[in-house]
Ligand binder design. Sequence first.
Ligand SMILES: *Cc1c(COP(=O)(O)O)cnc(C)c1O
Length: 393
Amino acid sequence: MEIKIDSKGYYGEFGGTYVPEILLSNVENLKKAYYEAIDDDDFKKEFETLLRDYVGRPSPLYYANRLSQKYGAKIYLKREDLNHTGAHKINNTIGQILLAKRMGKTRIIAETGAGQHGVATATVCALMDMPCVVYMGALDVARQRPNVEKMKMLGATVVPVQSGNKTLKDATNEAIRDWCCNPRDTYYIIGSTMGPHPYPEMVAKFQSVISQEIKKQLKEKEGRDYPDTLIACVGGGSNAAGTFLNYLNEKRTKLVAVEAGGLGIDSGETAATMHCGTTGIIHGAKTLLMQDNDGQIIEPYSISAGLDYPGVGPLHSHLFKTGRMKVYAVTDDEALKAALDLTRLEGIIPALESAHALAALEKMKFEKDEVVVLTVSGRGDKDMDTYLNHFSK
Ligand SMILES: *Cc1c(COP(=O)(O)O)cnc(C)c1O
């Protein structure tokens, strides 16, 4: 069956628009503006020009020789860590700030976990001269200090959120609250493939430049434009969606997603939403989420702030439930080990989130000469405190 979104914003049973009444017309206007924009040549040209000259795209597809030897497959790394601001998040914020401008919005808000989306949003707000407020869980403010300082230097206001377990979910709640209070002038730049329709579709679209480039680059390097296996980590799902989007209906390509197991999927301290979740509604969409029998959200846990979220985007819930995508859960310790491995084998210090994707290589079996593309979603600079703490023990 072909995988695509329907006119109401559902992938199979997941997605939709579950927002307070006051935001309905906002979401409707956004949908209209988005569909117009992506059909407009001027919009496309401005987006592509900024991706090239400002973000530094295309990002390299790097053949990782020593990593390949270790696992007995041909492993290519899609280097989103080399983008301006250090992760894939900037692809999406460029698209959405252009849309916000087009819609005549004058104020930008965002949520952030690891701070990468906050930095990417503060960056495009500086670029476009727009005021910017970033909501961030207080725990994340503490564990991602370099990114908090960058946001402030870029001119953004960072609001630490004290509710819940003080991470991404709580920051998202607060951003939605702000949007409800300021529906007219404010544009909410969501950082992942979550939220009400059209956000999941829109974020996937802006990130799909990743798989467009993989197609071209693989054709040059391997003589065919599809890999046998694609691997990406999943928090809300945007780097994975970008990596997979142009291959969703390519039967020859296996899709592998890696979520954060935390201390283990049975430990109660986990963010493995697809392993542990059931269908419910979170932040505007029907999707898989971790909840108790009363529908109360179970607080997630991961060492990686960017994966520490109790839900996952509706596209991923659908890919998982239909069996199109295989999902692994990787623990904190496995991710830390994989981060050190990549650093010593290839001289690349990955983000902790990306290290989860790398750790899945240990759990997989490959055919000889199997072509694998793994997206390195970001660089490890923001995680140096965590790495140093752990590796000096
Ligand atoms: C935010 C982030 C993630 C997780 O978000 P997705 O939307 O699932 O991609 C992964 N890696 C890095 C480096 C991030 O900053």
